[in-house]
Design a protein around this ligand. Structure first.
Ligand SMILES: *Cc1c(COP(=O)(O)O)cnc(C)c1O
Length: 724
């Protein structure tokens, strides 16, 4: 029988709380607050300035707090009691959830979910983009659905990077140093009650990794950290930076994740029923598990078969070139001593020739070790992240795949992304409960009731979210331009930009060239006519980072920045710095239209469009990733069709023309049309269609139901019964 995983942890920061408010400590160290706005508001009430600066409760409680004032406020105390009671009830419940009813008997242990990044909240910046947000949303939903799971990742003390854009549009990179004592993470404790450290053999040394726990509701996520005094100075930074550039250090990271992560689970006496590799970065967990089996006496063949039986893999890139690869000789040199035995007792004996053979990619290049190929061959089931991606991935990996890669479409954790004003309106009129999107709330039954939501109320909630975005973005833009040394007059003008009565398009994603962020600028004069139209104007907000090594991507940022400052577009087109979860939350809730125009079929899924759609923000997108299945014909717009012109330039031109046509002939007229009550009734109907067609179907609730049914339960049963 499965049970939720509990990991013992060390006490947190020694802040002093009044006994009456001692419950704040357990609230602060559980990221439950990251998707419960009332809890966040309470911490902001405790210290508004501290919250604004750090945006996390541990830092707030570590600062100076006027406790007397709070203890004197009956309103505050009532709010505190109510939130704490809700939290305690949440943590205690779960036994009667769908998972335990339907699958409890199939599992004799938890699901271990490995991922190189996790995005829970902006204050814990150990994510870069879509992969991490998906992993974070997966954990939150597993918590809501009481699925027994334990996450495994890395504790990046410098995160990905903070982006600023200078006055010439160049992307600048800053690497902050996180103070872990003021973040909501705690050290895991070993059997003796000591802070847990695991070790991983690298050539000529033992690398130590401390194990931290981020508690995400009911789900603990283990985060490994090599910045400990036992390590050599040159090894301490191994886990500092997410997607670090140096190949050897990246390989070290991935050994820490896969091998160190497995050892952390062992040290905590957790015996997973299923091992989920979310992307191939953690693939060395498969080699480590085989090494354990061989050390215990199994043959290598039996060991590999046992390991793959209950391991599942999610692939995230459509084309082979996008996958993680290492130089084969580097892998042999660095991982060889660890896996191959090196003559020491109990170190296993997983031959490196065998390992490298299992990592041979579809191109058959023996000088490369392909983490995806290795993962595909050593798991019993794998999935792509949308239906279209499933199709593409099966084409790409056909030559080496023993079985079909399933199409299991991503989703988003609805309570984390739907804006508060809209959420209140939806829950009031449909009796839906976004916190409990269990199987009872399928599309149709609850979401069909969206027709009951009065047009005026839906529109008003949307306009409120739009105003919240405008206020937030003006502040961000002001500090951005002040740093550039803009004149006070220019800064003052920013007070009035992003008027909520103007149709607003949002575009936020990683600036990789295939995403074609500049497509909208293909014909500047045509765009300028649209944005400055006297009756029906348009404005556009961009945000996004380019990887520090991606020069062409940084070139796109520079180009868009320059255009946004040009006389033709200035005041209507903006690019906001340092895209993160917080900016995403404002944008997906507060624009009218979400634009996505990658080169098909290079976007595996995309999830920001789902967040937007759940907020009634209409997608205008190429039929790539999720939109290929999400577009219904009346919930947004499709740019182009399903044919791809092999001539990229011609395809770009055609897509740009279609985008302008949609804007000029359909979208703008529809947005500005008003009925006899002065409401955009037709647009609001499209918003309803958008919400009802996505809020369940592209939620992580639907997604996790599918993962459990199609991936986890079969793997758990395989693992128990020894079936192939
Ligand atoms: C949702 C999200 C993403 C992923 O969205 P895409 O559509 O895949 O680009 C990336 N970054 C942040 C901050 C997000 O919130």
């Amino acid at each position: 029988m499965e049970t939720l995983v509990r990991v013992p942890v060390a006490p947190g920061a020694p802040f002093h709380l009044p006994p009456r408010l001692e419950g704040l400590r357990r609230l602060a160290y559980n990221l439950w607050w990251a998707w419960h706005p009332r809890a966040r508001a309470m911490f902001s009430r405790i210290d508004a300035a501290g919250w604004a600066r750090h945006r996390n409760p541990v830092a707030v409680l570590s600062g100076q707090v006027n406790w007397e004032g709070l203890l004197d406020s009956t309103a505050f105390l009532a709010e505190y009691e109510s939130i704490l009671a809700e939290f305690d009830a949440y943590m205690a419940g779960g036994d009667d959830h769908w998972f335990s009813r339907r699958h409890g008997k199939d599992f004799d242990g938890p699901i271990a979910y490995f991922c190189a990044e996790f995005g829970f909240h902006e204050s814990l910046a150990i994510y870069s983009g879509g992969l991490g947000i998906l992993a974070g949303d997966h954990m939150k939903t597993a918590s809501d659905m009481a699925v027994p799971m334990v996450g495994v990742g890395l504790m990046y003390r410098k995160g990905y990077f903070r982006q600023s854009i200078d006055a010439d549009g160049h992307q600048e990179h800053a690497y902050p140093d996180f103070d872990l004592r003021s973040l909501p993470v705690l050290r895991a404790l070993d059997r003796l009650g000591e802070p847990l450290t695991v070790s991983v053999e690298l050539p000529g040394r033992e690398l130590a990794a401390a194990v931290w726990v981020a508690q995400v509701g009911r789900i603990p996520v283990l985060l490994l950290d090599t910045d400990v005094p036992d390590n050599d100075d040159s090894d301490r930074p191994i886990t500092h930076i997410l997607y670090v550039r140096g190949r050897e250090m990246r390989l070290h990271q991935e050994l820490v994740l896969g091998v160190g992560g497995t050892r952390a689970l062992r040290a905590l006496e957790l015996e997973p029923a299923v091992w989920h590799l979310n992307e191939g970065h953690s693939a060395f967990l498969l080699a480590e598990r085989a090494r354990e089996q061989v050390a215990a006496g199994a043959s290598l063949d039996d060991a590999l078969a046992t390991v793959s039986r209950n391991a599942v893999f999610t692939i995230h890139t459509p084309v082979s070139a996008g996958n993680e690869r290492f130089d084969a000789e580097l892998v042999r040199r660095v991982a060889g001593p660890l896996l191959d035995g090196d003559g020491r007792p109990n170190t296993g004996g997983v031959s490196m020739d065998r390992v490298l053979g299992l990592g041979l990619g579809v191109e058959g290049d023996h000088t490369q070790f392909d983490m995806t190929a290795f993962s595909l061959r050593l798991t019993s089931n794998s999935n792509a992240v949308s239906q279209l991606h499933g199709h593409t991935a099966n084409g790409t990996w056909q030559a080496i795949m023993p079985r079909e890669i399933l199409g299991l479409t991503n989703g988003v954790h609805t309570p984390s992304w739907v804006g508060q004003p809209l959420r209140e309106v939806l829950e009031r009129h449909t009796t839906a409960d976004l916190d409990n999107m269990d199987d009872a709330q399928e599309e149709g039954r609850f979401w069909g009731r969206l027709a009951r939501v009065p047009t005026a109320e839906l529109w008003e909630a949307h306009q409120r979210q739009k105003l919240e975005l405008a206020i937030f973005a003006r502040g961000r833009l002001r500090s951005q331009f002040a740093r550039h040394g803009e004149a006070p007059g220019t800064l003052e003008e920013l007070e009035n930009v992003l008027d909520p009565d103007v149709l607003t398009i949002g575009f936020a994603r990683r600036f990789a060239t295939y995403k074609r962020a500049s497509l909208l600028f293909s014909d500047i004069d045509r765009l300028a006519r649209l944005v400055w139209d006297a009756d029906r104007p348009l404005q556009v907000v961009f945000a996004g980072k380019a990887h520090p090594a991606d020069r062409p991507g940084q070139g796109v940022i520079q180009d868009i920045f320059a255009k946004s400052r040009s006389s033709k577009l200035r005041g209507r087109v903006f690019i906001m710095e340092d895209y993160d979860i917080r900016i995403a939350r404002f944008l997906v809730a507060g624009v009218d239209v979400w634009l996505n125009n990658p080169r098909r079929p290079l976007e595996a899924s995309g999830t920001s469009g789902m967040k937007a759609s759940a907020n009634g923000v209409l997608n205008v997108s190429v039929l790539d990733g999720w939109w290929d299945e999400g577009w219904t014909g009346d919930n947004g717009w499709a740019i182009g069709g399903r044919e791809q012109n092999p001539d990229e330039g011609a395809q770009d031109w055609a897509d740009a023309q279609d985008l302008y046509r949609i804007l000029e002939q359909e979208l703008i007229p529809s947005y500005y049309e008003r009925d006899e009550n002065g409401l955009p009734a037709h647009w609001v109907q499209l918003m309803r269609n958008s919400i009802s067609s996505t809020i369940w179907r592209f939620s992580t609730s639907r997604m996790l139901h599918e993962y459990v049914d199609r991936m986890y339960a079969p793997a758990a049963i395989n693992g128990r019964t020894g079936a192939a």
